[in-house]
Design a protein around this ligand. Structure first.
Ligand code: ZN
Ligand code: FE
Length: 270
């Protein structure tokens, strides 16, 4: 499975998944159809699936036009989002599995940004879904791929539009528990501004300071910062760092939800 990152709108990323063996493709969160159609034409690929993480227009805006061009493609989205995802054909919940190419993705229910938000975690295995369990051999050099929409960002997290701090903290804890080498394919290039805030609240974090310097350089050269590695997020993203003494001191609490809620509120007006 090859992954292509397409910039869209002001700061969105759309991800096209391609199976070079049979020239099928899937797309994660098509904000708009034209960049996806261009990529499919370039690859000579047929679209077989749309994977939506949540109902916001900058994640589903391309659904209708893509389905017009590829009427047989399935549209996967949360069962909580039924009625607000254009052309939805599958209603997914926590633990469901979807497949593309030779990969299997587990659906993670991660409410907080919206009440129906889901993420797709392609685990680091490389056998077809139809193969017997004994044939599925983990490949150490194939990292897990997490498509998490607007839940976890590089250096930040999504705003709480429809969910509570409790929900979002528990969603982020679920993502934090994935393997360290998981690649984080988040849907926006927000990393630099996220890290400016992170530096504001946790300037004593050495790993954060060096990441901030790297990302500042990368963005000055217009380089993308997505995907990020989960290990990097655990070391530098304040919204996964409710155990940090500096963040706990700011929130005057050691309770994960209280620390998370306090930092999230600060970010809202930063
Ligand atoms: Zn959103
Ligand atoms: Fe978004």
């Amino acid at each position: 499975m090859d992954i292509y990152r397409l910039p869209a709108r002001a700061d969105n990323y759309i991800f096209v998944l391609h199976n070079p063996v049979d020239h099928t493709a899937a797309v994660v969160d098509p904000a708009d159809a034209p960049p996806v159609l261009d990529k499919l034409a370039e690859l000579g690929a047929t679209l077989v699936a749309i994977f939506n993480t949540h109902h916001h227009n900058d994640h589903v805006g391309g659904n209708r036009e893509l389905i017009k061009r590829f009427p047989k493609a399935e549209v996967y989205a949360s069962e909580e989002d039924k009625g607000r995802i254009p052309q939805q054909t599958y209603a997914l919940k926590e633990g469901d599995r979807v497949t593309f190419a030779d990969r299997i993705a587990t659906v993670l229910f991660v409410p907080g940004h919206t009440r129906g938000h889901i993420a797709y975690y392609f685990s680091p295995t490389s056998a077809p879904a139809s193969a017997p369990a004994s044939v599925i051999t983990p490949l150490d050099d194939t990292p897990g791929e997490l498509f998490c929409g607007d839940t976890l960002f590089a250096g930040g997290c999504g705003r709480l539009f429809e969910g509570s701090p409790e929900q979002m903290q528990s969603s982020l804890a679920k993502l934090k528990a994935l393997p360290d080498n998981t690649r984080i394919w988040c849907a926006h290039e927000y990393t630099l501004s996220n890290l400016k805030f992170a530096m504001h609240v946790e300037d004593q974090n050495e790993a954060l300071r060096s990441r901030f310097a790297e990302v500042t350089t990368a963005r000055a050269q217009n380089q993308p910062t997505v995907p990020a590695l989960l290990a990097t997020e655990k070391a530098t993203n304040p919204f996964l760092r409710w155990e940090s003494p500096q963040l706990q001191a700011i929130a005057s609490s050691q309770d994960p939800v209280t620390v998370f809620a306090h930092i999230r509120t600060m970010k809202d007006s930063f």
